[in-house]
Design a protein around this ligand. Structure first.
Ligand code: NAD
Length: 459
C-alpha cells in the first residue's frame, strides 16, 4: 500500500494543474476505459466467476452493460453539465446576472463492496473523474479476483496521481480513513457506513453512503400473479440474492398468497431446474462466513422450497420461507442472500405494522393493477427507490437518482446525479456597475418602508 499522505499530496498537486477539469482529457480517459471494459470482458468475467461463479449473462446485465451506458451518458453530456448554468437573477440585485458553477470536490475516496464488485467500484469512479476529481479507489477484498483486474485495468489508463487503486481490507481502509479527503463515497453495509460517517466527521468531509435495508414487496389481490412470481424470482435470485435492492420479503394479500407461492415454486424450477446446484445460471454465496450467516437464518424457519446447502462450494439453494415471525432470524435484518420469506396481510394496517417495524429500506416494490393503491404506498412509505410490478429495474435507468434514505443511505448517483454528487455548486452573482441603487447603504434613515416594498415586489 502506498503512503496515503504521499498519495494525497501527489493527487492534490495533479488536481492543482487543472488537468482533471480539462473536458477533452477526461473524455479521452473515459473512452479508453470503455474500450478496455469491452476488450477485457472475458477476463473480467473470469474474475467474477472465480469470486462467486457469476454467470456470464448476469455479469453483462449487472456489471458491464450498466457501466458502458454510464460512460456513454457522461461522454454525451459532460460538456453541457460542466458549463456554468444561468439562472434568473433576483430583481433585488438589479442589475445582475446569476450562475451556478460546478466545481470538483478535489481528492475523493471511493470504497466499494463485493456483491457487484466491478460495477459498484467503477460506476462512482466514472462520475467522480467526470466531475474533475482525483480518486483513490478501494475495492472489496472479499471479491479478490475482481479487485485485481480492476487495478490492472485502471492503472493502465490512469496515473496514480489522477486515479489510484489501493487493494486491501479493514486495516487498509482504516488507514485511508484517517486521512483528510475532500469527499468519501462508500457502498456497503449500514454498520460500516456508520464507521465511515464517524471518520469523515473528524474532518467534516462530505459523504455519500450507499447502504442496504430490508426491501418489502407488496403483492395485492389485483396483481398478475404469474408474472409477479416470475419477476420476483428474477429479482431475488439474480446474483443469488446478494443484491442491495433485491426483494427481501414478500407481503402478499392472504387471498392470493397460496397461488403466489405455487407460482414462485414453478418459476424457481423454470429458471434453475430441479437441482439449482448444477445450473450454470446460479451463482454461489461469496464466502463461508456469509453462507453460515444465511444457513443460520433457516434454523427456525418453515421452508417451502430449497433450504439445502453445500459448504464445500458455498452453495445455498433458492429458498422460500413461510410466514416467519418478525423476531425470527430471517426477519431480523437484511437477508442479502437467496432466502425469500413470504408473509401475508389482510388489511393495509397489517402492511404498515410490518413495513414500519424496520428502518427505511433501499428498495420498495408493489405488485398491483390498482393504481390508487400503488400510488398511496409510494407516497406513504419512505424508501430509496423502487418499482411498480417489477423489481430492481429502476437501477438501470441513469436518468433516475439511485440512493437510500435514513439508514439505507445518504445521497444518490447515476448519470447527471453522479456528476452533481461529485461537484460542489457555487452560486455566483455578477453585478453590473452601470447602476448603483442607493437603498441598501447606510445611513438607513427613512429607507425601511421602501425596503419592505422592494422585498415584496422585487424578488
Ligand atoms: P461491507 O460494509 O462489509 O464492506 C464494504 C467495504 O467496506 C469493503 O471495501 C470493505 O473492505 C470495507 N470495510 C469493511 N469493514 C470495514 C471496517 N470495519 N472499517 C473500514 N472499512 C471496512 O459491505 P459488503 O459486505 O461488501 O456489502 C454488503 C452490504 O452492502 C449490504 O448491506 C448491501 O445492502 C450493501 N450494498 C449497498 C449497495 C447500494 O448501492 N446501496 C450496493 C451494494 C451493496
Amino acid at each position: 500500500m502506498k503512503d496515503p499522505k504521499q498519495l494525497i499530496k501527489s493527487q492534490k498537486s495533479f488536481f492543482e494543474t487543472g488537468k482533471t477539469r480539462d473536458i477533452s482529457f477526461i473524455k479521452a480517459k473515459l473512452k479508453r476505459l470503455k474500450k478496455s471494459i469491452i476488450t477485457n470482458e472475458d477476463a473480467i468475467h473470469q474474475a467474477l466467476y472465480k469470486d462467486f461463479k457469476k454467470p456470464k449473462f448476469e455479469a453483462y446485465i449487472s456489471e458491464f452493460g450498466i457501466l458502458i451506458s454510464e460512460i456513454d451518458i457522461v461522454l454525451n453530456n459532460l460538456s453541457k453539465w460542466s458549463k456554468p448554468k444561468k439562472v434568473r437573477a433576483s430583481k433585488l440585485n438589479f442589475p445582475s446576472k446569476d450562475y451556478i458553477y460546478s466545481e470538483p470536490h478535489g481528492t475523493v475516496l471511493v470504497i466499494a463492496p463485493w456483491n457487484y464488485p466491478f460495477q459498484l467500484a467503477i460506476s462512482p469512479v466514472i462520475s467522480a473523474i467526470a466531475a474533475g476529481n482525483t480518486v483513490v479507489l478501494k475495492p472489496s477484498e472479499v471479491s479478490s479476483h475482481t479487485a485485481v483486474i480492476i487495478k490492472i485495468i485502471l492503472s493502465d489508463i490512469f496515473d496514480d496521481a489522477h486515479l489510484c487503486v489501493e487493494l486491501g481490507g479493514v486495516s487498509e481502509t482504516t488507514t485511508l480513513l484517517k486521512e483528510r479527503w475532500d469527499y468519501i463515497f462508500f457502498t456497503g453495509s449500514v454498520a460500516v457506513g456508520k464507521i465511515i460517517a464517524k471518520a469523515a466527521a473528524v474532518h467534516l468531509t462530505p459523504v455519500t453512503l450507499e447502504l442496504g435495508g430490508k426491501n418489502p414487496c407488496i403483492v395485492d389481490e389485483s396483481a398478475d400473479i404469474k408474472l409477479t412470481a416470475k419477476r420476483l424470482v428474477w429479482g431475488k435470485f439474480l446474483n443469488a440474492g446478494q443484491t442491495c435492492i433485491a426483494p427481501d420479503y414478500i407481503l402478499a394479500n392472504n387471498r392470493i398468497k397460496a397461488d403466489l407461492v405455487q407460482h414462485l415454486k414453478t418459476e424457481i424450477f423454470k429458471a434453475y431446474g430441479e437441482n439449482p446446484e448444477i445450473s450454470p445460471n446460479y451463482p454461489r454465496i461469496v464466502n463461508a462466513k456469509n453462507l453460515q450467516r444465511l444457513t443460520a437464518m433457516l434454523e427456525d424457519a418453515e421452508i417451502l422450497v430449497g433450504g439445502n446447502s453445500n459448504s464445500s462450494d458455498n452453495y445455498l439453494a433458492p429458498t422460500l420461507v413461510n410466514n416467519p415471525k418478525l423476531d425470527s432470524k430471517v426477519m431480523e435484518g437484511e437477508i442479502f442472500g437467496p432466502i425469500l420469506p413470504v408473509l401475508d396481510y389482510q388489511t393495509e394496517k397489517d402492511i404498515e405494522s410490518i413495513v414500519k417495524s424496520y428502518e427505511k429500506p433501499l428498495g420498495f416494490y408493489v405488485f398491483s393493477e390498482n393504481k390508487a393503491f400503488c400510488n398511496s404506498l409510494i407516497q406513504k412509505y419512505s424508501f430509496g427507490g423502487g418499482a411498480v410490478n417489477d423489481t430492481m429495474i429502476h437501477f438501470g435507468n441513469p436518468r433516475l437518482p439511485f440512493g437510500g434514505v435514513g439508514e439505507s443511505g445518504i445521497g444518490a448517483y447515476h448519470g447527471h446525479f453522479g456528476y452533481e454528487t461529485f461537484t460542489h455548486k457555487k452560486g455566483i452573482t455578477i453585478k453590473a456597475n452601470w447602476l448603483d441603487i442607493p437603498l441598501r447603504y447606510a445611513p438607513y434613515k427613512n429607507k425601511l418602508k421602501l425596503l419592505k416594498k422592494a422585498f415584496k415586489w422585487l424578488r
